[in-house]
Design a protein around this ligand. Structure first.
Ligand SMILES: [Zn+2]
Length: 422
């Protein structure tokens, strides 16, 4: 698309009154944000009149399983271990490359339509998901998943070999090492993952302390909590992105905060699976780095980061008082913080940042009146107010429409019906 001049965009930095700004996107970056950018200065860029929109940071989903969108509504209203062992893992064992491609496309479509331009994904058949990310124009960190209980020795070795021989795939798609959890990966392979993360500079992404029984079993097996186990193995540091972190003791929080690791909280999934409520306020007080993700659509049951952001803010308030986790902080957990963790220079609407953003309708009924744009966005709005989504300087959704969305839905419906034997 080349240069775009997004003209007359209403911008607001937190705590300031709304201002109208012109925003020039040059290539894949915001190159100029000022009161007025002349079309001459923009060098023939496409001019979009944005007087009815606010330009807000897009969402970055810190933890999900995109292709699991095929399992949305397949196994609900049960706790995690029954859900995983009796329904999810047997269903997943049937998935082919093509199914993963179709499921990923459905997940990414849903993410784009709810304003998300990046996701950290832990799943199988990673090449299919990578292909669809490239095709649909967003960003991802794709996990090379390690799970002793679901993989052969040969498969495990192949994955470690793959990580050794790659340095990240493309401008928009990166890799990370993803041991599933301390209950699905034994000490030996956890160590290999930690070494791989250190040697090859990959983020290490893991489900951690999601349920009380995970912690109890870890104590029974190793004599310590999952957090302490990672620390003992030398694997708790800035490179760690730990999903869930629901059952942290005070000691866990202290160790975790000191290490510089990040907790990727997924409160919707934790509530639905009855795993517990992440101790957001306490974690913030302990100095734990926190970011947000949705988890997969079979436990959430959607990939809407807006819901996660609002729920996180509300939970923090009921735990720590109404001033805890203000809107300006909650939005960072769903945007810039996840981007930064994944090495993406984005998440803020600022000159020099990668041009990712959302054009949000100011005439949507949930955005009126506009006493405070960020407050409206975090506490009132939902994804219906998102008109357009920009990623890497290109529109991936425009006027509420994503190219090919009707076919994506049709194909996903028939694929899921076949897999479920309907
Ligand atoms: Zn997960």
């Amino acid at each position: 698309m080349g240069k775009i001049l997004l003209k007359s965009v209403l911008m607001q930095n937190v705590g300031e009154k709304p201002m109208r700004k012109d925003v020039l996107v040059d290539g894949n970056k915001f190159s100029k944000i000022s009161d007025q950018v002349s079309p001459e200065m923009a060098g023939g860029a496409e001019v979009v009149d944005c007087k009815d929109f606010a330009l807000l940071p897009a969402f970055y989903n810190g933890h999900t399983h995109a292709a699991m969108n095929l399992l949305r509504g397949y196994a609900d209203d049960m706790e995690l271990s029954k859900w995983l062992n009796e329904y999810i893992w047997p269903f997943e064992a049937k998935l082919t490359d093509k199914d993963i491609e179709i499921g990923s496309r459905l997940g990414i479509l849903e993410m784009i339509k709810s304003g998300t331009v990046f996701f950290a994904d832990m799943y199988w058949h990673r090449e299919q998901t990578m292909k669809v990310v490239e095709e649909m124009g967003i960003r991802a960190t794709i996990g090379v998943t390690i799970a002793d209980n679901l993989m052969t020795e040969e498969g495990l070795n192949a994955n470690f070999e793959f990580l050794k021989n790659h340095t990240g795939e493309s401008e928009r798609v990166k890799l990370s090492v993803m041991p599933h959890s301390v209950y699905a990966v034994g000490e030996k392979n956890l160590k290999r993952c930690i070494e791989m993360s250190e040697q090859e500079n990959y983020p290490l992404h893991i489900h951690l302390s999601e349920t009380a029984s995970e912690v109890e079993n870890c104590i029974a097996q190793y004599g310590c909590s999952p957090v302490e186990l990672l620390e003992r193995l030398g694997g708790l540091n800035r490179m760690v992105q730990a999903a869930h972190c629901v059952h942290f003791s005070d000691k866990d929080m202290e160790i975790f905060a000191k290490s510089g690791a990040t907790a990727i909280l997924n409160p919707c999934s934790n509530l639905k699976l009855s795993s517990g409520i992440p101790l957001i306020a306490k974690m913030m007080d302990a100095g734990v780095n926190i970011a947000l993700g949705t988890d997969g659509a079979s436990s959430n049951n959607n990939l809407d980061m807006h819901e996660e952001m609002k729920l996180a803010a509300l939970l923090a308030k009921v735990q720590g008082g109404a001033e805890k986790l203000p809107a300006s902080e909650a939005i960072m957990m769903a945007t810039a913080r996840v981007a930064e963790l994944n090495g993406i220079n984005a998440g803020l609407i600022a000159e020099g940042k990668l041009a990712d953003g959302l054009l949000v309708r100011l005439d949507n009924e949930r955005m009126v009146p506009c006493h405070d744009l960020i407050s409206n966005w975090v506490y009132s709005a939902d994804s219906r107010s998102i008109d357009s989504v920009i990623c890497n300087g290109r529109f991936v959704m425009r006027g509420g429409h994503v190219d090919g969305e009707e076919d994506i839905l049709k194909e996903a419906e028939s694929c899921a019906a076949r897999l479920a034997g309907r």
